[in-house]
Design a protein around this ligand. Structure first.
Ligand SMILES: [Zn+2]
Length: 159
């Protein structure tokens, strides 16, 4: 019998005016961008955390510390490809990942097909196995005040 495992990822970044906004492996045109030690791509980060969680391999900060200058400004697609290597070395393959992004603006729907294409390429899986959804927080809380972006992800992996 196949061994299936499930993992959960959650991540938050502040938004700051004038920063490039990297999300789902691509750059989104917007007045604000996410702030972080890396390129702050919250979708790449939650997928990494969900995959690592599913494989019981700690989390993204454990492997790629925000104190390590090696990862300063790093393209998070590199982190995602490294996580894919780690889980494949442990004998796992990805079933699917499902991401929910919580962001007040801009609208992400026009960008989602390109994100799925990009991330499935990085992960070397079928684009049909990468789901990305976006919701607002109805103007409530830090997301509603446009102070930050949050994302959730579940990932299924199997041996
Ligand atoms: Zn992050």
């Amino acid at each position: 019998m196949n061994k299936f495992r499930i993992g959960l990822g959650y991540d938050v970044h502040q938004l700051e005016e004038g920063r490039p906004f990297w999300l789902g492996g691509i750059q989104i045109p917007h007045t604000h961008g996410a702030k972080g030690h890396s390129d702050a791509d919250v979708i790449c980060h939650v997928i990494c955390d969900a995959l690592l969680g599913a494989a019981n391999m700690r989390n993204i900060g454990y492997h790629f510390s925000d104190k390590d200058p090696q990862w300063k400004g790093v393209d998070s697609k590199i982190l995602l490809s490294k996580v894919m290597e780690m889980i494949r070395e442990a004998g796992y393959e990805v079933g699917n990942v499902d991401v929910t992004v919580v962001l007040q603006e801009p609208k992400l729907n026009p960008h989602i097909p390109q994100m799925k294409e990009c991330l499935s390429g990085v992960m070397q899986i079928d684009a049909e196995d990468v789901s990305i959804k976006a919701t607002t927080s109805e103007h409530i809380g830090f997301v509603g005040r446009k102070e930050g972006i949050a994302a959730h992800c579940v990932a299924l992996i199997y041996k």
